[in-house]
Design a binder for this molecule. Structure first.
Ligand SMILES: C[S@@+](CC[C@H](N)C(=O)[O-])C[C@H]1O[C@@H](n2cnc3c(N)ncnc32)[C@H](O)[C@@H]1O
Length: 288
């Protein structure tokens, strides 16, 4: 874990929203609920389904699924980290959930469940934190029953809008260097956040043996006016508890003093301007 965030629960509950004002925070939550509903709709849940939520975090998908199948099915909330499962247990207890839900500490690459034991796997934004994505996808195939369904969502971060696409090259003497650094960061094969896209995901599902693979790519767009005070948090907020903030990535390629100069220039360049950020996301559905 990075020194900036102690654990996943802390990141999920507060760090990821740290650069947002209250309105943006509420919008982000509505956006998450929308994604949850899309993932669960695509999973076409049925009575008596046993559903596995991989990398459940604070239970976004698992509790949503429970609402849909609690009368006859079973939901297994799994995560590699115990703090997440403790948080989910607390939520379940406070919600009076006593049956139809199980908690499983398990790495996605080594799921502690027998072969052919679940009907549905759902997952949101977990592969994006795992360098080798094929091994967990093979695990999903193994634990699913024949004709079992999988419905997942992953952000395709490598295709997000880059800062160099938002600024005027004439205003930055080192524009080409900035561009090169951002492109290098976005194509780092060892960085789980960016070492994949919708095509490589699809290929991994094929390699694992899945059929009826359906990939829906959509481009999430957000337009807003930049408050210069947002820039430091953009560069200093870790993208996950175990990955360095963007500023640290820049420092790998450029002296810190120059990164700081770039950030100050960026505040002047973007402050008060309306910008549009595009973030492609992929929904993948498949069957065993
Ligand atoms: C961005 S959060 C998503 C949480 C939740 N799915 C949601 O939609 O809010 C990523 C989650 O993946 C979990 N995770 C990270 N690496 C994992 C791994 N190798 N195996 C299982 N879970 C993992 C983290 O603990 C965290 O809960």
């Amino acid at each position: 874990m990075s020194k900036l965030v102690d654990n996943w629960t802390q990141w999920l509950k507060s760090s990821r929203f740290s650069y947002m004002n209250e309105v943006q925070r509420q919008q982000a939550l509505l956006w998450l609920f929308d994604i949850r509903d899309n993932i669960l709709d695509r999973a076409a849940l049925k009575n008596n389904d046993t559903l596995l939520d991989v990398g459940t975090g604070t239970g976004l998908l698992g509790f949503g699924a429970y609402e849909r199948i609690k009368d006859s099915g079973k939901v297994i909330l799994s995560d590699a980290f115990s703090d997440c499962l403790e948080e989910c247990r607390k939520i379940a207890e406070n919600s009076g959930i006593t049956e139809g839900m199980e908690f499983l500490q398990s790495d996605a690459a080594d799921i502690k469940l027998p072969d052919n034991s679940v009907d549905v796997v759902v997952m949101r934004s977990v592969l994006v934190h795992i360098t080798d994505k094929l091994t967990p996808i093979r695990e999903f195939y193994r634990v699913l029953r024949k004709n079992g369904r999988i419905s997942i969502f992953e952000p395709i971060i490598k295709k997000n809008t880059k800062y160099y696409q938002l600024i005027n090259p004439d205003n930055f003497a080192n524009y080409e260097q900035i561009k090169e650094i951002e492109d290098k960061i976005a194509s780092d094969r060892d960085d789980p956040l960016v070492n994949f896209d919708e095509h490589t995901l699809g290929n991994d599902f094929v390699k694992a043996g899945f059929k009826h693979i359906d990939i829906k790519l959509s481009i999430e767009s957000s337009t807003y006016e930049v408050d210069p005070a947002m820039i430091d948090p953009w560069f200093n907020t870790p993208p996950s508890p175990d990955r360095p903030p963007l500023k640290q990535r820049f420092i790998e390629f450029m002296p810190e003093v120059e990164v700081d100069e770039f950030l100050e220039r960026l505040k002047i360049e973007l402050g008060g301007k309306s910008i549009t950020l595009n973030s492609p996301v992929a929904y993948v559905y498949a069957e065993k």
